[in-house]
Design a protein around this ligand. Sequence first.
Ligand SMILES: CC(C)(COP(=O)(O)OP(=O)(O)OC[C@H]1O[C@@H](n2cnc3c(N)ncnc32)[C@H](O)[C@@H]1OP(=O)(O)O)[C@@H](O)C(=O)NCCC(=O)NCCS
Length: 180
Amino acid sequence: MAASAPRLKPPPLDPKGSTINKEAARGTLARPLFVVELVLALIRQIEAVETHDLRARVLRPGQPIDAARIASDAEALHFGAFDGERLVGVASLFFNEEDCRLRKFAIEVDQRGKGLGAAMLTHMADHLRQSGHKRLWCDARIEALGVYRRAGFTPFGPRFTKNDRPYQKMELLLGANIPG
Ligand SMILES: CC(C)(COP(=O)(O)OP(=O)(O)OC[C@H]1O[C@@H](n2cnc3c(N)ncnc32)[C@H](O)[C@@H]1OP(=O)(O)O)[C@@H](O)C(=O)NCCC(=O)NCCS
């Protein structure tokens, strides 16, 4: 698209937050125990600075916290998954015209495999649909492809390597239905 095309602004922060609902649990209903755990959790928007510690520990272990910051964090939307007061998951959305890129998606090690990652993807996709965005994409780590596929993402482009790690670009067309 032309550089002069209007940029869709991210929606404003919702001060009331937003709990995981039936929609957010979609895709995990075949796992009833996970759903029980999910309703105890909360996904809401957070500030960029809140994401950095979890990002650093999960995605950049052994590196200084500065490695977890992104220059455009201030313009992005950040989501957190909470277990009570504890922040256990983070993900960030970076906007470019109608597209949105998901980056820095991480769940605490002791909270994985419970459907939280799936719930965060569904929550963010619903949020983006409501604000008129058409596409969500990311550079997915190969070991995380199953989470994205189950949320309705499909691969595009060839696999590639970043920092010695294999990746696949994945996209979710936000007009499309998420598989049940
Ligand atoms: C990828 C990630 C965000 C998924 O979160 P999650 O809450 O565990 O996801 P869900 O419970 O909804 O789904 C579990 C899936 O994650 C996969 N997974 C990846 N690492 C896992 C781990 N350490 N423990 C449990 N599941 C893991 C499982 O294989 C499962 O997929 P499968 O059913 O196809 O096998 C999380 O595992 C994570 O933070 N991984 C490390 C960082 C990372 O890879 N981030 C994504 C970058 S693209």
